[in-house]
Design a binder for this molecule. Structure first.
Ligand SMILES: [Mg+2]
Length: 495
C-alpha cells in the first residue's frame, strides 16, 4: 500500500473511532516538508557570488545527494579543490541556518503543501509541526513556512510548532518523544507522524505501538541508517492528493464543478452519467452556418473526415431536459451569442442554470452588457490570464480593468491552471473580492490541488478513470482523450 493511502486509512479510522476528538497529523520539517537539497545548493552557490568564484555554477539539484550535515562528501564528489574546501565548509555552516537563508532558500517538496492543505480543510483536524530545530529559529521557521504555504492556503499557528528546547542536534529523539506527548496533553489525538529520519521513527515506535499511531517515513535524504526504520512504518516519497481523496463526495461542496468540452456525443453520455452538475459546451457556427459545439475554429483545425460534433440546438435541448447547469463558451463571436441567447430564452432556462463565458476578443462590452441584461442572475465569465503582468506589477491598474469588466456584467474571472502564476493570480483576485474559476487542468492531481484552494468553480476534462470518469476533453487541436478500459456502455460510437 502506498504511504498516502496508508495515511488516508489511518485518518479515516481515527475519524470513525474518535469522532469527538481533535485529530492531528504531525510532521517533521527538514527533509520532510522542506527539500534540503535546494538549501545546500543555494548556500554553496552564494559562496561563489561572495567570492567571485565559479565552483558551483553547474551544480544541479540532483547532484546534491547528501544529507545537509554531510556536505564535505559532496565537495569531494564534486572535485572541489582541496585548498578551497575548508573555506566553503565554513561559509556553508555559518550560513545554512541564518534567518535570511531560511526565508529565501527553503523550498517545499512537490505536493506536500496541498497535502497539508487537505488536512487543514477537514473539520476538527490540525497539522502539527515537530522539529529538531532549536527554539531560537521559531520566528524564522513560522515566517518561512507561512510564506511558502500562502499560495497553497496553508498556514501554521505558533502553538502547534514544537521545537527542540535544547541546542542544535542535542538529543533530538527525546525532543520528538516529548513533543508527541505534549501534543496529546494539548488535547490532540495524533493519528500519524511523518519524518524523514529513521532514528526519529525508531524513537517514536514504542509510543506509536501503544497509541495505534501510524508512522510514515519520508524516503528523501536522511542521515541515520535506513536499517533503523522500525517495522510497521510505511515509506514513501511522493505526496499525492489522488491517494488521499477517495472521490467526488469528499470534495468541498461549495466549489462548483464543470465538465469541460461536452462537444461530442460520447462526452455528452459520459457527462450525463457522471452526476457532475455543470456541462460546458463550445458554441460556434460550422462552415454551412449551422450552430454547433466545437472547440477549435475550422480555420485552424479543418474538419476531420470522421469527426463528430453535437448540433447546438439538440445538445442544449438535451442538457435543458436533464436539469443540469449549462456553461456556454461563446467561441463564435456576436452571431453565436445571438443564437445562444435566443435558444435559452425559448427553452425558458432559469438564470441559476446558465453560465456564459467568452474571451474579450470575441465578446466585448456591448455583448457582455446584453448577456447581463437578459440574465441578471446568471454567471458571466471571461478569462483573465492576459491581465497577469498588471496584476503583479500594477495592481491598481489591474483592479481598475477588473472593475470595468464587472461593470459590463462580468461576475467571474477565469484563470488557466497551467499559467505559471495561477495560484498568485487567484490569491490576488480572491483577496480583491472577485469570483474565480480555474480551467485548463490536466489531471486528477491538478484538479484536486485546484479544488482545495476553494475557488468558486473548477472546470476540468474529468479524465479521471480512477474515479470512473472518462471525460474526452473538448477536442482541442482536434484531439480527444481515449481510454483503454473505458466501460463499453459509454464508449464513443455507441448510442
Ligand atoms: Mg527531518
Amino acid at each position: 500500500m502506498s504511504w498516502m493511502k496508508a495515511l488516508a486509512e489511518a485518518y479515516h479510522t481515527a475519524c470513525e473511532r474518535f469522532p469527538n476528538e481533535d485529530l492531528m497529523l504531525v510532521s517533521d520539517i527538514d527533509g520532510t516538508i522542506i527539500d534540503m537539497q535546494y538549501l545546500v545548493k543555494s548556500v554553496l552557490q552564494s559562496f561563489d557570488q561572495a567570492h567571485a568564484t565559479t565552483l558551483f555554477t553547474r551544480l544541479a539539484l540532483s547532484d546534491v545527494d547528501v544529507h545537509e550535515n554531510n556536505v564535505e562528501q559532496l565537495l569531494e564528489r564534486q572535485h572541489i579543490p582541496v585548498a578551497d574546501r575548508a573555506a566553503v565548509m565554513q561559509w556553508y555552516l555559518d550560513r545554512r541556518w541564518q534567518e535570511e537563508v531560511i526565508l529565501n532558500a527553503h523550498r517545499p517538496f512537490p505536493g506536500v503543501l496541498p497535502m497539508i492543505r487537505w488536512f487543514q480543510l477537514q473539520p476538527n483536524t490540525t497539522v502539527g509541526l515537530l522539529t529538531g530545530r532549536p527554539e531560537s529559529l521559531r520566528k524564522a521557521t513560522l515566517r518561512s513556512l507561512n510564506s511558502l504555504g500562502e499560495a497553497h492556503g496553508v498556514s501554521f499557528d505558533d502553538d502547534v510548532l514544537l521545537m527542540n528546547a535544547r541546542e542544535w542536534e542535542q538529543d533530538v529523539e527525546s525532543a520528538k518523544v516529548a513533543g508527541l506527548k505534549q501534543f496529546r496533553e494539548m488535547g490532540y489525538h495524533v493519528f500519524a507522524v511523518i519524518d524523514n529520519e529513521p532514528r526519529m521513527l525508531e524513537a517514536l515506535a514504542p509510543e506509536a505501538a501503544k497509541q495505534e499511531l501510524l508512522l510514515l517515513h519520508a524516503d528523501t535524504v536522511y542521515e541515520s541508517p535506513i536499517s533503523s526504520v522500525p517495522s510497521g512504518v510505511v515509506e514513501g516519497r511522493d505526496y499525492a492528493l489522488v491517494e488521499l481523496v477517495p472521490g467526488q463526495e469528499s470534495l468541498p461542496k461549495k466549489v462548483q464543478l464543470v465538465w469541460h468540452g461536452v462537444n461530442d456525443p460520447a462526452n455528452l453520455r459520459h457527462f450525463l452519467a457522471s452526476g457532475v452538475l455543470w456541462a460546458e459546451i463550445d458554441v460556434r457556427h460550422d462552415p454551412s452556418g449551422e450552430l454547433i459545439c466545437r472547440h477549435d475554429s475550422f480555420v485552424t483545425t479543418p474538419a476531420l473526415p470522421n469527426e463528430e460534433w453535437l448540433i447546438y440546438h439538440e445538445a442544449i435541448a438535451e442538457l435543458a431536459e436533464s436539469g443540469v447547469g449549462i456553461k456556454l463558451d461563446i467561441k463564435g463571436g456576436v452571431d453565436a451569442l445571438n443564437g445562444v441567447l435566443e435558444s435559452v430564452a425559448s427553452l425558458q432556462l432559469p438564470d441559476d442554470r446558465l453560465w456564459f463565458n467568452g474571451e474579450l476578443e470575441q465578446i466585448g462590452e456591448e455583448e457582455f452588457r446584453k448577456i447581463r441584461t437578459a440574465h441578471p442572475a446568471a454567471i458571466v465569465q471571461c478569462p483573465v490570464g492576459w491581465l497577469n503582468p498588471l496584476i503583479q506589477a500594477v495592481p491598481g491598474e489591474a483592479r481598475r480593468i477588473l472593475d470595468m469588466l464587472s461593470d459590463w456584467g462580468v461576475s467571474r474571472f477565469s484563470v488557466n491552471w497551467e499559467h505559471p502564476n495561477a495560484r498568485a493570480i487567484f490569491k490576488k483576485l480572491a483577496a480583491w473580492g472577485y469570483e474565480v474559476n480555474f480551467y485548463g487542468i490536466l489531471d486528477l492531481e491538478g484538479f484536486l490541488e485546484a479544488v482545495v484552494l476553494l475557488p468558486c468553480s473548477v472546470t476540468s476534462d474529468f479524465n479521471f478513470p480512477r474515479w470512473n470518469y472518462y471525460g474526452r476533453g473538448a477536442g482541442m487541436n482536434g484531439e480527444r482523450i481515449v481510454y483503454v478500459n473505458e466501460p463499453d456502455s459509454l464508449k464513443a460510437g455507441e448510442a
